[in-house]
Design a protein around this ligand. Structure first.
Ligand SMILES: Nc1nc2c(ncn2[C@@H]2O[C@H](COP(=O)(O)OP(=O)(O)OP(=O)(O)O)[C@@H](O)[C@H]2O)c(=O)[nH]1
Length: 679
């Protein structure tokens, strides 16, 4: 049932059916959703990888830092134990205790006590000759034989008074590298920094007599301790003081020279300040802030200001401006900071690889998915466009188009077709006319196309009904055939009419008579045939001319046409001046009466005919036959009988009606057509 389709139904256009933008949006969402989910999941995983990796790097840095710190402490302890052992030597302590006051010792030459102390020290240190030991008293004057020891002591006191105070308070100290100072006027180039280990020498009652000091080259063992632990190719462990100065040789010394952080032939010790240049110097970037105004690096700030251990899993710029991850601590007893760092790029290389791979894979997936989706949507849009174009054929067609569905419903009708819907379907959309139902049923059955016609408001439409294979639908396309039908009718009229008189012609008469004969054979009715011939028409033509003859023929034909008034009657021009009238379903009296009335009507026309031997006007003779069609008889026999009757009428004086009866043939008639012509 399709109640929506009726004459007034506002049918949805086929063109609108293709608008499914929301399906495209759904398809896009279906593709986008898993992609977004994968992207989010991937970002979570990559972020997790990154944070895990950062934590692992920090753990490694802290382990390394602890190892370096431990190595430093062992190294420092070793030095101090050695010193304590020597400083505890009774003889040395006695020699130091016997030394005169500084004020009494000569400044510029070796005093006897000093010589004795030096000799005893040399004896104690035999085997450690490479080391440079010296003893200073509490006034920082050298007790050994070399005057420069006192200069060194004052240098240390100037640069690290805190440590000297601790030393003379009885504590063994490690003096981190200090700057050597050149004497004014000397042309010293770069003086190597020196560092010292020192321990007090006490008297028997525990009072501090002097301090034993050992010079250590920071470029050697001290820096080597720092280099014990580091991670990766870019990792570095270094020590620094509270002034943010680097105390160890950097493993990037060559690089630092290149980027101008240290002079050409200097080491990094005390030269490099652990400050953030704000740009990456290793990449040739130029800092805008002068070196002395640069802030300490994040690590140095935390280690020096808070004097605490710490780390940063977030990158920060080191003294070269390179982004690094680092761990650090501040050793309060030694008064130095330790840091170990690694370039963030190297530390996170695995993360960067994972991230880049993931982003690449994601981008590739997005591109592939996007391209596929775009391709599919484009294909779909093109298909829809094609469907819309195809749909325009029926929708925009000025001719009626119908779709008939099985079972027998009108599934679609375009605008022009809707005017016919009232004729071919009921209110429920079911095909109504029995003729249509029968034809459509046959088409569904045998799959062969057929045509049907509909006439409405004087217009005739011919519908070709074509079944669409395997679809269960019939496509019906209508065409306005009104003109064609009219033309066909006109031609048909021409083919059956006599052009002069307008009566049916001979051919049509023959067909009509045959048809009526067969029809009346079944109905048991009778048929009459009038054979009419104008009397002396040759003479009329001869006297009045051929055109007048034609006019005469027309007038008489009009009278004859009046005799065939009923349905089933036919008046025809048989040929020349001969006419016939067929009267169907008649009895003889009516036929005779009609024939007589006709004869008189011609008389009454009173067409003058001076050459007629019958009357002064035109007359006709009529042969009449009336019979019941029978299998033993035939239409041609009827014609022959009428012809005979006409002959009789002619021979008995013309202008009269003669009647003939038709009997089954007993002997063959010798007469042929035109037999009524008198010789
Ligand atoms: N003007 C005109 N004359 C026609 C036409 N057809 C036939 N005729 C003439 O009709 C005449 C028929 O003459 P006939 O057959 O000798 O017979 P009739 O003179 O009528 O003599 P009866 O039939 O014996 O009375 C001929 O002269 C034909 O030329 C036509 O279409 N127009």
């Amino acid at each position: 049932m399709n109640a929506a389709i009726g004459p007034q139904a506002n049918q949805p256009s086929l063109l609108k059916a293709g608008r499914t933008w929301w399906r495209d949006a759904m398809a896009g969402a279906l593709v986008a959703f898993p992609l977004v989910a994968v992207a989010v999941l991937g970002i979570v995983i990559v972020t997790r990888v990154e944070s895990t990796l950062r934590q692992q790097v920090i753990q490694s840095l802290e382990t390394t830092l602890r190892a370096s710190h431990e190595a430093l402490r062992i190294w420092a302890n070793e030095r101090q134990q050695q010193l304590r052992h020597i400083a505890g030597n009774r003889e040395l302590r006695a020699l130091v205790g016997s030394a005169p006051d500084a004020s009494k010792r000569p400044l510029h030459r070796a005093a006897p006590t000093s010589l004795a102390i030096s000799a005893h020290l040399d004896k104690l240190l035999s085997g450690n000759g490479a080391w440079h030991y010296f003893i200073i008293d509490t006034t920082l004057r050298g007790l050994t034989s070399k005057e420069k020891d006192a200069t060194t002591a004052r240098l240390i006191a100037r640069q690290r008074p805190d440590l000297m105070n601790r030393l003379f308070a009885g504590e063994a100290v490690l003096i981190p590298p200090i700057k050597a100072e050149s004497k004014p006027g000397t042309h010293s180039t770069v003086l190597r920094p020196a560092m010292f280990a020192a321990t007090p020498i006490t008297s028997a009652n525990g009072s501090i007599l002097a301090a034993l000091m050992i010079r250590i080259d920071p470029l050697l063992s001290f820096s080597e301790v720092a280099h014990v632990g580091r991670i990766g190719a870019s990792g570095e462990t270094y020590f620094f003081d509270r002034e943010t100065r680097m105390l160890t040789a950097s493993r990037f010394t060559d690089q630092l020279r290149r980027i101008g952080l240290i002079p050409k032939d200097a080491s990094s010790i005390l030269t490099v300040s652990i400050r953030n240049p704000g740009v990456d110097l290793t990449r040739g970037e130029v800092p805008t802030v002068p070196i002395e105004q640069r802030p300490p690096t994040l690590m140095a700030r935390s280690a020096i200001v808070q004097q605490a251990a710490g780390h940063s899993a977030i990158g920060y710029r080191d003294y070269r401006g390179v982004w690094v991850l680092g761990a650090w601590l501040w050793d309060k007893p030694l008064g130095i900071g330790l840091a170990t760092e690694i370039d963030e790029n190297e530390a996170l290389a695995a993360y960067h690889t994972t991230r880049d791979l993931f982003m690449g894979a994601l981008a590739l997936t997005v591109i592939i998915a996007g391209t596929t989706l775009f391709g599919l949507l484009t294909l779909r849009w093109k298909t829809e466009q094609r469907i819309r174009t195809l749909a325009m054929f029926p929708d925009k067609n000025p001719m009626p188009v119908l779709r008939i569905d099985n079972p027998l419903t009108v599934g679609y009708a375009n605008g022009p077709a809707r005017r016919f819907l009232g004729l071919i379907q009921d209110a429920d959309g079911i095909l109504a006319p029995p003729e249509w139902r029968a034809v459509v049923t046959r088409i569904f059955k045998d799959g062969r196309h057929r045509s049907l016609e509909i006439e409405q408001d004087g217009a005739i439409y011919s519908f070709v009904l074509t079944p669409i294979p395997e679809s269960g639908i019939i496509y019906a396309y209508g065409q306005d055939v009104t003109q064609q039908k009219w033309a066909e009718g006109y031609l048909r009229e021409l083919s059956i009419r006599d052009s002069l008189t307008g009566l049916a012609n001979r051919r049509h008469f023959d067909e009509f008579l045959d048809q009526q004969w067969r029809q009346l054979m079944r109905s048991n009715a009778r048929i009459a045939l009038l054979f009419i011939d104008i009397d002396h028409f040759k003479g009329y033509n001869d006297r009045y001319g051929h055109q007048a003859g034609d006019a005469c023929l027309k007038k008489i034909a009009a009278v004859i046409a009046g005799a065939a008034r009923r349905a089933g009657d036919l008046a025809a021009r048989y040929g020349g001046e001969e006419f016939v009238v067929v009267l169907a379903q008649v009895e003889r009296p009516y036929a005779q009466d009609t024939a007589e009335t006709l004869r008189r009507a011609v008389e009454n026309l009173a067409i003058p005919h001076q050459d007629s031997k019958t009357a002064s006007y035109v007359t006709v003779s009529i042969g009449l036959v009336c019979a019941k069609p029978d299998a033993a008889l035939s239409a041609s026999r009827l014609l022959e009988a009428a012809d005979k009757a006409l002959y009789r009428a002619k021979s008995r004086g013309r202008n009269r009606v003669e009647f003939a009866t038709l009997k089954p043939p007993q002997v063959a008639s010798p007469q042929t057509r035109k037999s009524h012509k008198l010789k």
